[in-house]
Write a protein that binds this ligand. Structure first.
Ligand SMILES: Nc1ncnc2c1ncn2[C@@H]1O[C@H](COP(=O)(O)OP(=O)(O)O)[C@@H](O)[C@H]1O
Ligand SMILES: [Mg+2]
Length: 262
């Protein structure tokens, strides 16, 4: 047990540390939980999707993903930031789509709501095509509620950080998932890398799907080729004999129209 005096009168360094933590906490609150976002969360809570946000699993430039708890267990809640920064990183084909979707009068918030809805729609389409992705439960404004991919309350790690039990088996499972995405859902992910695949007990889950595009899009083939190169490099390091071409072929890439590359 610690000295009660120490508990009552924290040392100077502890106080500094506390204040630093508090500042960080406040920064997170300011960045994510603006008034409109709090109202959106409130509505999803009222609808019974979850009761509380437990902690951030990940916070990035474009948004954060939180673990949430509720009557039906854990959920993953993705909150997109209402700010311009999100669209700095998205490719032009996505901006084109957003402009069409929201119209010339659309403000940033409406574009982000459309973006969030798009992630929900793509997840739904992928589930229908039997691709392993988190099940989407609800989406309102900039908040998306989906299945929590994890075990014992701990989130599954991204493939980049995961330790694979059987890399060849994971390779073959992953190519099956992407093959279904391409040939049944007719979609190309657009940002598929070991960071956007979670691995739970050697089962890959594809995530972060908002920028997915139709396989008919002139850039689809090029995007899939890039993704294939990421995974070929990753799996070769783990001793799986493959190449970007082989991955591309295994996921049905040869069927894609050859784009009009600049
Ligand atoms: N359904 C989920 N279950 C558990 N963790 C998740 C889930 N979705 C996302 N995450 C975690 O949040 C991180 C960021 O999610 P992602 O959708 O890739 O958003 P970003 O746009 O920030 O890249 C992931 O790398 C993963 O660690
Ligand atoms: Mg991501």
């Amino acid at each position: 047990m610690s000295d009660p005096d120490e508990l009552l009168y924290p040392t100077r360094t502890e106080r500094v540390e506390d204040r630093r933590k508090e500042r960080q906490q406040r920064k997170l609150v300011d960045e994510f939980f603006d008034h409109a976002t709090l109202l959106a969360i409130g509505r999803l809570v009222n609808q019974g999707h979850f009761q509380s946000l437990d902690y951030p699993i990940s916070t990035g430039k474009e948004g954060g993903v939180f673990r949430a708890s509720g009557p039906n267990g854990f959920r993953a809640v993705k909150i997109y930031r209402i700010g311009n920064s999100i669209f700095r990183h998205v490719p032009p084909y996505v901006i084109e789509w957003l402009r069409r979707e929201v119209g010339a009068m659309g403000n940033t918030a409406r574009m982000i709501y459309a973006w969030t809805r798009r992630e929900h729609t793509v997840l739904t389409a992928l589930r229908a095509a039997d691709v392993r992705v988190p099940q989407p439960f609800a989406c309102f404004r900039n908040v998306l509620v989906m299945e929590f991919v994890g075990a014992d309350g701990l989130p599954a790690p991204p493939m980049q950080e995961a330790v694979l039990g059987d890399p060849s088996a994971v390779y073959s499972d992953l190519t099956t998932q992407v093959h279904r995405m391409v040939t049944s859902a007719h979609l190309v992910h657009g940002d598929l890398s070991p960071y956007n695949v979670l691995v739970l007990e050697d089962r890959p889950f594809l995530i972060d799907v908002a920028q997915a595009i139709s396989t008919e899009h002139p850039q689809a083939r090029e995007l899939l080729e890039r993704d294939a190169a990421h995974f070929a490099r990753y799996f070769r390091r783990l001793g799986v004999e493959t190449s970007a071409d082989e991955f591309f072929e295994a996921v049905g890439g040869r069927q894609l129209p050859v784009g009009v590359s600049a």
